[in-house]
Design a binder for this molecule. Structure first.
Ligand code: HEC
Ligand code: HEC
Ligand code: HEC
Ligand code: HEC
Ligand code: HEC
Ligand code: HEC
Length: 494
């Protein structure tokens, strides 16, 4: 038999190295082809394709050369150095046969396993589960969001080849950061390399799609002994931008399709926006600047400009962390927290608001806050209504576990939701009534511009309602403060 390589290559070490290199090369090619044909990129498999397998490949190459070198040295010294394979002997033939079949099986199993790994790295349970506890907040919130059935990668990576390498690199870094505990707490947003909304959200939500007006009914409970109930009916003017389907008006039309809105945020989280411009389809531009004197022109000129897209309003489509007051109102409205218990609203909110350093501490703290309150101030009721109090404790603990993540320092304050304006600046980052053009035109803060306040009702009084909208009445008398200040100036601190 003619040999293409020097005899020193025919030794056990080199042979093992060759198998290793061949196997990793096959798997690299297989995974790369799989990704190329599947149409969408999966970032974390990159750790396997571009880090682990190449390392194995190089190790194999090292073994090939190392083995050959060792054999060469032995040859010079006159020691036995090479494998003596003689396929004409039955024993060698049998061994070669067994090795061949075994190797083939091993390769098939490896390919199958790498396919499984490939599928698995795309699943939400990998993204959320494997990186537990890093991703615990996002994973938990995601499961209770309208996107619970949309894979993480569909928003965070999206289709196309251009993002392939980029997502590979950041995916690899993230795995490294997790393994070596080098990640920040909380994980900072906005995410610098998040794909533009056009390539993610708009793949599923047609931007011109016309959304009709949407009725929202809210129930609120005050923090007094009677937990006075208020309710509010809001008609949200979502609208859209397709003239063939309906009138182009409302929140979506203005912000997205007809108009190009650009803005300058001066903080990283984009919560302070002193400058905003709107350009209509004819190319006319209107610039609004805040009248807040503490922000200088230099600050505005130095900051980067950004074109507004879906994420600037819908920054929490999948990871929504709710403020205590909102969650407690909802639980009381459905009766899971009994509104008949005196002061139950304020006690529940207080229990959620306390600073806890771990989940366990929070669960214990919530129990003692609620139980101690009723034992100290309503001792008779504490025994009579023990089951309602127990139910309240359980419900408040549940609210906590879905919305607060002390280990990752995540809660509604670290990740404010930009839709609305009650608990976070949201729409009022621009629509605070303080943004004006040079001619003095104010960016509207009128309570009936974005929604019509259809009705308001307070326990014991008749409902006030009107189709064209009623004037808002603030649940507690704070004079004109609710008109002059922004809602979140008071409610964002709760
Ligand atoms: C519907 C789209 C969507 C889905 C599905 C989605 N995310 Fe997100 N995610 C976002 C957006 C939007 C942001 C915030 C972007 C910003 O503000 O820059 C975000 C932010 C994050 C952040 C940064 C921290 C934070 O809360 O802002 C992490 C981590 C994260 N997502 C992980 C995940 C994981 C894990 C999954 C799957 C279990 C997932 N995401 C599914 C859209 C999505
Ligand atoms: C893979 C498809 C897909 C992608 C990508 C996607 N969504 Fe969705 N989105 C859905 C589905 C499905 C629903 C649920 C529809 C329903 O409830 O009828 C939904 C619902 C919504 C809703 C309505 C929520 C509610 O309260 O009912 C909003 C707002 C939304 N998506 C915004 C976004 C934004 C912003 C992005 C980009 C970060 C995005 N979506 C990316 C499929 C997607
Ligand atoms: C100016 C801020 C703003 C921008 C920009 C924006 N939206 Fe919205 N969008 C809203 C508001 C406000 C609502 C109604 C709020 C609600 O339903 O809670 C809404 C409602 C929606 C809904 C439907 C919710 C429902 O079931 O009625 C979808 C889907 C949606 N937006 C997707 C998008 C997509 C996709 C983009 C980007 C092309 C986008 N939005 C850009 C503010 C915005
Ligand atoms: C980055 C600044 C910015 C943010 C944040 C913002 N808007 Fe606007 N919005 C504008 C600008 C600028 C205009 C005015 C467009 C014009 O003058 O043509 C506008 C106009 C509107 C209009 C039309 C007003 C009218 O007079 O007809 C509605 C409705 C609206 N926005 C709703 C919202 C809602 C709801 C939110 C929060 C979810 C929001 N906007 C957040 C900048 C913003
Ligand atoms: C720039 C648009 C805009 C303006 C101006 C505006 N709102 Fe709103 N408001 C919204 C949006 C969007 C939501 C819905 C948030 C959501 O879907 O949870 C909202 C929600 C609310 C809610 C319910 C909040 C909750 O989560 O329980 C109240 C109350 C409210 N608005 C009152 C007012 C009052 C009072 C004014 C006038 C001072 C006003 N709004 C002006 C956009 C606006
Ligand atoms: C000067 C501070 C201040 C401002 C500004 C303010 N509020 Fe309030 N608000 C309060 C106080 C105090 C309460 C009573 C809280 C309680 O009893 O638990 C309250 C209660 C409420 C409640 C019912 C309690 C709840 O949260 O469940 C709603 C709803 C509300 N405010 C909406 C608004 C809206 C909308 C705006 C902006 C248009 C606004 N507030 C502006 C101080 C303020």
């Amino acid at each position: 038999m003619r040999r293409f390589l020097p005899r020193s290559f025919f030794n056990v070490i080199t042979l093992v190295g060759a198998c290793l290199s061949l196997l990793s090369l096959t798997l690299i090619l297989f995974l790369t082809a799989l990704e190329a044909f599947s149409g969408h990129s999966k970032p974390y498999i990159g750790v396997v394709t571009f880090v682990i397998l190449p390392v194995l490949f190089l190790m194999g190459a090292g073994l090939i050369l190392g083995g050959a070198y060792r054999a060469h040295r032995r040859q010079l010294k006159g020691k036995p150095f090479a494998l003596n394979v003689d396929l004409s002997t039955p024993r060698h033939r049998a061994t070669a046969g067994v090795l061949g079949v075994g190797g083939g099986l091993f390769l098939t199993v490896s390919i199958f396993l790498s396919f499984q790994a490939y599928e698995y790295t795309d699943s939400p349970s990998f993204c959320g589960g494997t990186c537990h506890p890093v991703m615990e907040p996002e994973e938990t919130a995601y499961q209770f969001s309208p996107h619970a059935r949309v894979a993480c990668a569909q928003c965070h990576i999206g289709p196309g080849a251009a993002w392939f390498v980029r997502s590979k690199l950041s995916g690899t870094y993230q795995v490294y950061a997790t393994l070596f505990d080098k990640f920040p707490r909380p994980i900072p947003t906005p995410i610098e390399n998040l794909r533009p909304a056009q390539e993610t959200c708009e793949q599923c939500h047609w931007p011109k799609h016309f959304l009709s007006e949407k009725l929202q009914v809210h129930d609120y409970f005050l923090g007094n002994e009677a937990n006075t109930r208020w309710s509010l009916h809001l008609l949200l003017k979502t609208g859209g931008g397709n003239i063939e389907v309906g009138p182009t008006s409302g929140i979506h039309w203005h912000m997205n399709i007809g108009h190009k809105v650009e803005y300058v945020p001066i903080d990283r989280q984009r919560l302070v926006i002193p400058w905003v411009s709107s350009t209509n389809p004819e190319g006319q531009t209107v610039v609004y600047r805040t009248t807040d004197a503490s922000i200088t022109d230099e600050q505005i000129a130095a900051a980067p400009k950004r074109r507004m897209d879906c994420i600037d309003c819908h920054n929490r489509p999948a990871h929504i962390y709710r403020p205590p007051s909102l969650s407690v109102n909802v639980s009381m409205a459905v009766g899971w927290i009994d509104p008949q218990l005196p002061f139950v609203k304020s006690v529940s909110v207080r229990a959620l608001r306390d600073n806890y350093t771990s989940k366990q501490e929070a669960q214990d703290g919530i129990r003692s806050t609620v139980e101690d309150f009723y034992r100290s101030y309503y001792p008779a009721l504490a025994t009579e209504r023990a089951s309602q109090i127990e139910r309240t404790v359980k419900e408040v603990q549940r609210i906590y576990s879905r919305n607060f993540f002390p280990e990752m320092k995540v809660n509604w304050k670290t990740f404010p939701n930009h839709i609305g304006h009650l608990y976070s600046p949201g729409c009022f980052r621009c629509h605070d009534g303080k943004h004006q053009t040079a001619e003095g035109k104010v960016l509207s803060k009128d309570c009936n511009v974005c929604h019509t306040i259809l009705a308001q009702e307070i326990t014991g009084s008749p409902q006030r309602l009107a189709l064209e909208g009623i004037e808002y009445r603030h649940p507690v008398d704070i004079g004109n403060a609710w008109k002059e200040m922004n809602c979140f100036d008071c409610h964002g601190k709760q």
